[in-house]
Design a protein around this ligand. Sequence first.
Ligand SMILES: [Zn+2]
Ligand SMILES: [Zn+2]
Length: 418
Amino acid sequence: MKSFLFTLLIATAASAQSIDAIVDRELPSLVETYRSLHETPELSLHEEKTSAAVASRLRALGYDVTDHIGGFGVVGIMKNGDGPIVLVRSDLDALPVQEQTGLSYASHVANVMHACGHDIHITTLIGTASALAQLKNRWHGTVMLIGQPAEEVVQGAAAMLRDHLYERFGTPNYAIAVHDNSNLPAGQMAYSPGWFMAASDAVNITIRGLGGHGARPEMTKDPIVVAAEVIVALQTIVSRENSPFDPVVVTVGSIHGGTKRNVIPDQVQLLLTVRTFKPEVRKRVLASIERVAKGVALAAGIPEDHAPIVEVIAAEGSAATYNDPALTERLAQALKRDLGAANVVRMDPMAVSEDFGRFGLDGKIPICMLNVGAVDPAKIASGARLPSLHSSEFAPVPDATIRGAVKGMTAAALELLH
Ligand SMILES: [Zn+2]
Ligand SMILES: [Zn+2]
């Protein structure tokens, strides 16, 4: 009887706990965790210590943890009766950037930095894990926490799925994630139903000419001039072949050819990144790139057996992220209710890419990636330049960002765990 009463008291105390109270209590230790993650970043496919840290923290919180899934992937499961399986994902990796923030907790590793804020995401995952473990009387179902490696090279989600993530741990009913945002005030949550982040394709074009003396162009087919024409012509795919209501980006980020001013080289290589949203637009744009490159070369008189080689590097590609509209609106309502309407805004889609969408198995599982603002509101108000994600100066405001993100992700998970 005594122990029953004791249990009842604990249960009552727990149910009286608000998300706010839990997060406020844990915030100092979460900020500590964040700083230590920030000091010790690891590159994509090398997230050994980060992954081990996540595994041990989730284990300590009572999750059933399995590590080394698809490389350094971590899964933490907490079952709490019947109900949906909700996947909550954080990425783990950092970028090859030399940190220039001057922070006391700046990266200790030369040329490696958490410049995309994945350390904020990891901290948020741990904070959310803790809050959900403490609020077990307010949800039922299964929480599936994911620490995903190799996001920056868009390989980790696919690697975890190939390692039979869903066959081993169950197929989730929903998958959610949060990314920090370098334009919004710290702690503000943002949502965007529908196409949210672009598909990314890496395309290499090798333009082959016939080299020779720089003073005898008539004896050559100059691939440098052809490359210049191709680069300009590629922009007409966006401006002339495509509906203005379907966003497309074609960027030639690298061009290499030639060794000496008076030598016409044999070939020039172009490295492109291509961003699209709808699958049909993606397919058409990639086909157009090949057509334009080959057509321009043909017009320059390059023989067909020297036509440009156009390669789409599949391992570097990623599908677009489609936030299930019904799920996203449901989460937006829950966030407004639990965080206050002023702390939740609708945002526009972005042409940057993510591999989180993979967890949705091409639209079979509703997914939603939210954003959390990471910038000091005073800095936004001042009109100062705001360093973007991947910048060596990107420095999220830790406490406010983590507080908002943990509250937001806890509220989102609780909304779905019924
Ligand atoms: Zn990034
Ligand atoms: Zn990122």
